[in-house]
Design a protein around this ligand. Structure first.
Ligand SMILES: NC(=O)c1ccc[n+]([C@@H]2O[C@H](COP(=O)([O-])OP(=O)(O)OC[C@H]3O[C@@H](n4cnc5c(N)ncnc54)[C@H](O)[C@@H]3O)[C@@H](O)[C@H]2O)c1
Ligand SMILES: N[C@H](CO)Cc1c[nH]c[nH+]1
Ligand SMILES: [Zn+2]
Length: 431
């Protein structure tokens, strides 16, 4: 059952926005010690942590070609076909994010532009603890392909038989990923950070995961490894008014609650009747939901909040900064300008969040835990660096030279000034 709140005072919003995170001190100590072990002992440490956390003893972490071939035979034709449909939409949307090179003449003879270069060595993490998220392989592998990333290492936790789910292996094969490792959790992130005898060290780590994975990615930053975003336990916030359909809203809330016991779902409405009906629906659907244990626990972390108006609900949502925001309200499209902080937004009664999770084309790797205030979700840009170039003609340096000289002198950096002065003098002598 979600906790219920009625028109809370604005000073209580901060505590209402707290996420159900684990004891961060224990978590950080644990992840730091896993990093230290993997840094020093490589595969030996991976083996110990895989036995401890995934309950399986592995002597080789690399997935062989025969394992991939076997997995491809285990995935049904129907599933293969819908994965391909989803992959086409994801490819279409991410290809549309490519930008044309634009050369800008800022001053006559001064030409500036940017060019994209793919990040060459990347690691992608595919969650596998609660559910094998093969859809995440599409979300990360496809933009990596479009960007032109050369070397992609994929890590995902093994099951108790020491295997990776066949759909993950099929999807990895579909997007051309060959380097696959059976390692999960923070030990996988440590492996990608330092490199081991088997796992390559990478330049940037992508992918969602539980609190251990997310903390580990943030730790990787200390070792000069870039990360995509903090993409931790899933969240959804739904704003519902009288036009919403309780059955739909309840289904959306449950869809994120089932991700993990630390997921959080929030319902906001300007109508007590709507909140009550949605809560009744949640209870009804929960009973019918197979494997509902996780959702039940996550719902205890979750809240339904009655607010005075839809505008106030949007203010609350911007304050909370949800990973996913669903607007189940009349004329939802008219409210988009007011959304300031959210990872991905779903408008109206027929845009379920699951569509973005799988197949509409947008990326499902999104910022959580309030990070939608300052991070975007994963996109094509996440896989490239943008290098600036400039080309200044003789005329251009004559035009902009004085500006640079005066600024350099004012900063008391005379060598900077001189780098322009020598050129201007040279050009004077040329004439
Ligand atoms: N934000 C996003 O974009 C996004 C997208 C998809 C999924 N998610 C989230 O990803 C998460 C996936 O989590 P998951 O647990 O299912 O899979 P996971 O693969 O992230 O984590 C499983 C691994 O965690 C490690 N682990 C488990 N218990 C541990 C412990 N006590 N100490 C240290 N390590 C431990 C194990 O090694 C295990 O292999 C969910 O919370 C889901 O909501 C987020
Ligand atoms: N909702 C998750 C992002 O928070 C993504 C996902 C993958 N599969 C199902 N859902
Ligand atoms: Zn989901």
């Amino acid at each position: 059952m979600m906790k219920q709140y009625k028109c809370p005072n604005i000073k209580d919003w901060k505590s209402l926005c707290e996420r159900p995170l684990q004891n961060q001190e224990n978590l950080s100590e644990q992840v730091k010690s896993i990093f230290d072990e993997v840094k020093i002992n490589g595969n030996k440490a991976l083996k110990i942590f895989t036995e401890k956390f995934d309950d399986v003893i592995l002597n080789d972490f690399k997935v062989s070609q025969s394992e991939t071939d076997e997995a491809k035979n285990l995935v049904s034709g129907e599933l293969k076909s819908v994965i391909k449909t989803a992959s086409e939409n994801i490819r279409k949307f991410h290809t549309s994010q490519q930008e044309e090179k634009k050369i800008i003449e800022t001053t006559e003879g001064v030409f500036c532009w940017r060019e994209n270069r793919a990040i060459e060595n990347i690691g992608i993490y595919i969650p596998g603890g609660t559910a094998p998220l093969f859809s995440t392989v599409l979300m990360l592998g496809i933009p990596a392909n479009i960007a032109g990333c050369k070397n992609i290492a994929l890590c995902s936790p093994p099951d108790k038989d020491g295997k990776i789910n066949p759909a993950i292996l099929f999807t990895a094969d579909l997007v051309g990923i060959k380097n696959i490792f059976k390692v999960g959790g923070s030990q996988a992130i440590a492996g990608l950070t330092f490199g081991t005898e088997t796992i390559p060290k990478v330049d940037k780590i992508f992918g969602p995961g539980n609190q251990y994975v997310t903390f580990a990615k943030q730790l990787a930053l200390n070792y000069n490894i870039a990360i995509d975003i903090p993409a931790g336990p899933s969240e959804v916030l739904v704003i519902a008014d009288e036009s919403s359909i309780p059955e739909f809203v309840a289904s959306d809330l449950l869809s994120q609650a089932e991700h993990g016991i630390d997921s959080q779902v929030i319902l906001l409405s300007n109508s007590e009747r709507v909140i009550n009906e949605i809560n009744i629906e949640i209870e009804r659907q929960l009973k019918e939901l197979p494997r509902n244990e996780i959702a039940k626990i996550a719902l205890q972390n979750s809240k339904s909040i009655l607010l005075n108006s839809i505008d106030e609900a949007i203010d609350f949502s911007n304050f909370y900064a949800p990973e996913h925001l669903i607007l189940s309200i009349e004329n939802a499209e008219n409210f988009t300008d007011k959304i300031i902080n959210a990872g991905s937004v779903f408008l109206g009664n027929y845009s379920p969040e699951s569509a973005g999770d799988y197949a509409s084309g947008t990326n499902h790797t999104l910022p959580t835990n309030g990070f939608a205030k300052n991070y975007s979700g994963v996109s094509l840009d996440s896989f490239v660096k943008k290098i600036t170039f400039q080309n200044i003609t003789k005329n251009g340096i004559k035009n902009i030279g004085k500006t640079i000289e005066l600024m350099a002198e004012a900063e008391e950096l005379m060598a900077h000034k001189n780098a322009v002065s020598v050129r201007l003098k040279y050009l004077e002598n040329e004439n």
